[in-house]
Design a protein around this ligand. Structure first.
Ligand code: UD2
Ligand code: MN
Length: 575
């Protein structure tokens, strides 16, 4: 899922943090059925009222016209909640503020019970309790948050308490990473005072999620640690299949399937185990999702069995506490967000563990399209984290990442401790990891050309230029004056005749030349470079790649002789 790593993660351009005064009123903590107690509405109420501005905790509220179809059972069974098209200005403002502050529809969340019911997303295979050891270790649950919405945070915690066997939960450790939203202050302690398993830990300054997770771990006592984001919902039976794997082998690190909670309607969306994905990454060190590879499918009788995953998404996993310590936990030099998931994934595999996705365990997560909170200014946080990761774990393969960032490593601090850790643990090489754990990853060094693809026609300064990624898929590939900075002009010609970047290949099916997920089947993605004529010849059509006179469109035309617009120079070409 491109979903997880929103490009907002790429550092800059994120919204500023709000002043407390700008933060909207605390969300309703009442369950919908409690809403009937509300008073002081200005207009007659139709059925039940929607909380707009709870003044105090237990309180009188100002209310507004409820949506016509408002029911107390909103969102139950994970059903979507949609607001009416026509709403009052006041309500519209509340909805907009919710989006601004959270990058999801907080208003809708506030309409839904913090104990809402969910569908059971498990395959029948999973429900046979004999599959799980009876004597499972207990886990502490660590949930870090920075300015999380009230109902969303509460629903996360209640979904754990309501759907986990009591004896398997030690503590639920809520780590406040220096939030300034008013509802996350004393009100939080007051609310959870009634729940002895819940412990609230406050950071003394903004640490970012990685050091916040380490702070949480320092309070943990149970044999297993389970991390969750602060906007999750655990489903029936989510915990036992995770703990079972660790009980059998303490070096197994496990992730649930991450279902999508819609950011707008809060609908809970899941698929059966045939739709399970595993984690990968590309050479810009971005996490990506992939179908379970054939080699892995062959190891299993049922798609519900745990599958090996080269990487994890990062937010939701369980790990044996001692094994986590043995691996040197996280690199505490990582700031705010990003890269820690790959660090933990690489060292799990390289230093003697295994990483699995457990299809019988489902946890929902609200995927956001942007990051709502403030990052550090003046530092490219994600790049710094990724460079630390590359320095310590990638060996010579680090150069492929550095190429993608224009070799601008920046100040990444001191990594000598982390290198020593790797040595002390006698971890395997990154080459071993790629060969054995992630053989699907395309290695730039295996390409016959890498760099720009320059056309010689009309002045000879035009290059193939396109962003790649799921949202650019199927769009016509573009042209732009050559700039020699890699980025969108970085291409590889593979030995098997693909023109590609990461998982996307140049593809021609008779209309435009587009970028499409590489399928490895040659056909429409098969190109041959003819060094003598400089033509790029297309497999199935027999045509040649060219540009138009305006230099703004890629064409496919009959291969002619000495047509410079059909002539290309591939950087670093070496047959
Ligand atoms: C994904 C992961 C997230 C983390 C991240 C990479 C999932 C579902 N989510 O991004 O867990 O691995 O990739 O780093 O796999 N937070 C803080 N302090 C901060 C920033 C964030 O405590 O300075 C909290 C935040 O409230 C949330 C968690 O950390 O609970 C993850 O942040 P996110 O939800 O913005 O990250 P996400 O899901 O886009
Ligand atoms: Mn998240």
């Amino acid at each position: 899922n491109g979903n997880v790593i929103n490009a907002g993660g790429a550092g800059g351009g994120l919204r500023n943090e709000l002043d407390e005064a700008d933060i909207p009123p605390t969300a309703a903590k009442a369950r919908p059925k409690d809403l009937g107690r509300l008073s002081s509405e200005k207009k007659p109420r139709k059925k039940a009222a929607i909380p707009l501005k709870p003044k105090a905790q237990d309180d009188t509220r100002q209310v507004i016209d409820p949506p016509v179809n408002f029911e107390e059972s909103l969102g139950e069974m994970g059903k979507p909640v949609t607001l009416p098209n026509v709403i009052s200005d006041e309500m519209k403002k509340a909805v907009d503020d919710g989006w601004t502050n959270n990058a999801f529809n907080q208003y809708v969340s506030d309409l839904i019970s913090v104990h809402r019911t969910l569908p059971d997303p498990r395959d029948a295979w999973c429900k046979d309790t004999a599959r799980y050891l009876s004597n499972l270790p207990a886990t502490d649950i660590i949930i870090c948050f920075h300015n999380e919405a009230w109902t969303v945070l509460l629903r996360t915690v209640h979904s754990v308490l309501d759907r986990s066997p009591e004896h398997l939960i030690g503590k639920i450790i809520l780590v406040d990473d220096y939030s300034n939203m008013p509802h996350l202050k004393k009100q939080l302690e007051d609310y959870f005072a009634a729940y002895p398993k819940v412990q609230i830990v406050r950071g003394q300054k903004r640490e970012g999620l990685i050091r916040a997770r380490l702070l949480g771990a320092s309070y943990a006592k149970s044999p297993v640690l389970t991390y969750l984001d602060s906007h999750c919902e655990c489903t029936e039976g989510w915990l036992e299949p995770l703990l079972d794997r660790i009980a059998r082998n303490s070096t197994t690190v496990v992730c649930p399937v991450i279902d999508v909670i819609n950011d707008d309607t809060l609908e809970y969306h899941y698929r059966d185990s045939s739709g399970v994905n595993v984690g990968g990454f590309d050479w810009s060190l971005q996490f990506s999702w992939h179908a379970v590879p054939e080699r892995e499918k062959k190891r299993h009788n049922s798609t519900a069995e745990p599958v090996y995953s080269p990487t994890m998404a990062g937010g939701l996993f369980s790990i044996d506490r001692e094994f986590f310590n043995h691996l040197g936990t996280y690199d505490s030099g990582f700031d705010i967000w990003g890269g820690e998931n790959l660090e933990l994934s690489f060292k799990t595999w390289m230093c003697g563990g295994t990483l699995e996705i457990v299809p019988c365990s489902h946890v929902g997560h609200i995927f956001r399209k942007r990051s709502p909170y403030k990052w550090r200014s003046g530092v490219n946080v994600l790049r710094k984290n990724s460079v630390r990761l590359a320095e310590v774990w990638l060996d010579d393969y680090a150069q492929y990442y550095y190429y993608r960032i224009g070799n601008e490593k920046g100040d990444f601090g001191d990594v000598s401790d982390r290198k020593k850790l790797r040595e002390d643990l006698q971890c395997k090489s990154f080459k071993w990891y790629l060969d054995n754990i992630y053989p699907e990853l395309f290695i730039p060094g295996d390409a016959v050309a890498q760099g720009e693809i320059r056309n010689l026609g009309y002045g000879g300064r035009t290059c193939l230029d396109s962003p790649t990624g799921k949202k650019h898929q199927k769009k016509a590939v573009g042209l732009y004056p050559c700039h020699r900075q890699g980025g969108n002009q970085y291409w590889m010609l593979s030995k098997t005749g693909e023109i590609r970047r990461d998982d996307f290949c140049l593809d021609y099916a008779g209309k435009d030349v587009v970028l499409y997920s590489c399928h490895g089947g040659k056909g429409n993605q098969f190109w041959t470079y003819r060094e003598n004529t400089k033509q790029l010849h297309h497999g199935t059509s027999g045509k040649c790649l060219a540009i138009n006179e305006a230099k703004d469109k890629v064409l496919m035309e009959e291969c002619g002789s000495s047509l410079t617009r059909q002539e290309w120079v591939l950087e670093g070409y070496d047959s």
